[in-house]
Design a protein around this ligand. Structure first.
Ligand SMILES: NC(=O)c1ccc[n+]([C@@H]2O[C@H](COP(=O)([O-])OP(=O)(O)OC[C@H]3O[C@@H](n4cnc5c(N)ncnc54)[C@H](OP(=O)(O)O)[C@@H]3O)[C@@H](O)[C@H]2O)c1
Length: 340
């Protein structure tokens, strides 16, 4: 059994990790932390865990090194890198859900986030999008879990980028549920601020645009424009990607390319009929559903849907842990989507 610590267990991603790992056969949840709720039971904060996880929360700023085999950092950027610096010993596995180890280029990170306090660890980290980087993740001790929007965009673009099929520029339009902003109290996340409306935000300045761009540029020289929107639902991301193909093919051929690329990927489902991806079809699951259409003149649209808290965060983190530890990749992740 691997001993696991979840730091920031009282946030949305931390809480979802507890729910996933409770039924993971090789995992023992050993440490859960929160500074705000330290001393309380996890089930006092989240009563749905009553009788399932009554573990007492420790402080996040306590010395935790050497106590676990795996640490999940479900903390804000900036805080995560401090904790990683304290915990990294080349033996325990650290999976960081923040952006702190997602950028190999420190200056790019610093221009969008904050001063990097552990740049020396970047050489040990891997950008962990399992379907693209599985071989690099195996055996690693520091994994940067990708951003939620980035996951939906890259999985939707990858087969086209790999085959250098895109001409020019792509436009990535994403819509997210409000849990993407975390559980911390913010005016912009209040019910009257988000219900009965939809809005774009951080246009031209969102931190996931440089993350998408740097990963895209490693595969094909394509420029991206990314615009996120907040929609009145708890969870889910629908991403619509628009662009032009260098050579016109049919919708069936394009869908066929996605099927071929992802034929051995359990968590990627290609919609090949009339039905298009919908956040309701992936809720509470680690699936990414992808659909595609080609227009008469070669323009295309690719649609991808994920649950931001599962495939966009905690589910992907468990998938990364399974790969890094050499476990069956889908362990703890086989619950089907819940509908309605
Ligand atoms: N929400 C998503 O869909 C999503 C998706 C992908 C990645 N992420 C990333 O995952 C990380 C966690 O996100 P989240 O949505 O779970 O956030 P959250 O709901 O706001 O939870 C943050 C957690 O961090 C703790 N925390 C906050 N400030 C802290 C500090 N200064 N020192 C120590 N602990 C602190 C909080 O615990 P206490 O206040 O109780 O100590 C809480 O448990 C973030 O970096 C986020 O960008 C989130």
């Amino acid at each position: 059994m691997y001993k696991v610590g979840i730091l920031g267990a009282t946030g949305y991603t931390g809480q979802v990790l507890v729910s996933l790992l409770i039924s993971h056969p090789d995992i023992e949840i050993t440490i859960l932390t929160s500074n705000t709720y330290a001393g309380k039971k996890f089930s006092d904060v989240f009563p749905s865990f009553f009788g399932l996880c009554d573990k007492e929360l420790k402080r996040t700023d306590e010395e935790l090194k050497g106590k676990c085999d795996v640490y999940f950092l479900c903390l804000p950027h900036g805080t995560s890198m401090e904790k990683a610096k304290e915990l990294y010993d080349g033996k325990a596995l650290i999976v960081d859900l923040s952006a702190d180890f997602r950028f190999e280029d420190v200056s790019l990170y610093e221009s969008y986030y904050t001063r990097h306090k552990a740049p020396e660890l970047l050489k040990h980290s891997v950008y962990g999008l399992p379907e693209l980087h599985r071989d690099r993740i195996k055996g690693k001790k520091l994994i940067a879990n990708p951003g939620c929007y980035v996951t939906s965009a890259l999985l939707g673009l990858y087969p086209l980028l790999k085959r250098k099929m895109i001409e020019g520029h792509v436009f990535i339009d994403s819509k997210s549920g409000v849990s993407g902003a975390g559980r911390e109290l913010k005016i912009g996340s209040l019910f009257p601020e988000v219900s009965e409306g939809i809005r774009a935000y951080s246009v031209g300045t969102h931190r996931h645009e440089p993350e998408i761009q740097k990963e895209v540029s490693k595969i094909q020289d394509v420029k991206v424009t990314f615009v996120p929107h907040l929609v009145p639902m708890n969870r889910g991301i629908l991403t619509s990607i628009y662009g032009k193909l260098k050579e016109k093919i049919s919708t069936e051929e394009l869908v066929g390319i996605f099927k071929e690329e992802y034929s051995s990927e359990y968590f990627i489902r290609i919609m090949d009929g009339e039905v298009l991806p919908d956040t309701r079809f992936v809720r509470f699951s680690n699936f990414c559903d992808i659909g595609a259409r080609v227009f008469e003149d070669g323009r295309f649209v690719v649609l991808s849907a994920i649950d931001n808290l599962i495939k966009g965060a905690s589910g992907q983190a468990v998938q990364n842990m399974n790969i890094a530890l050499g476990l069956e990749e889908s362990k703890g992740l086989l619950s089907p989507p819940l509908y309605p």
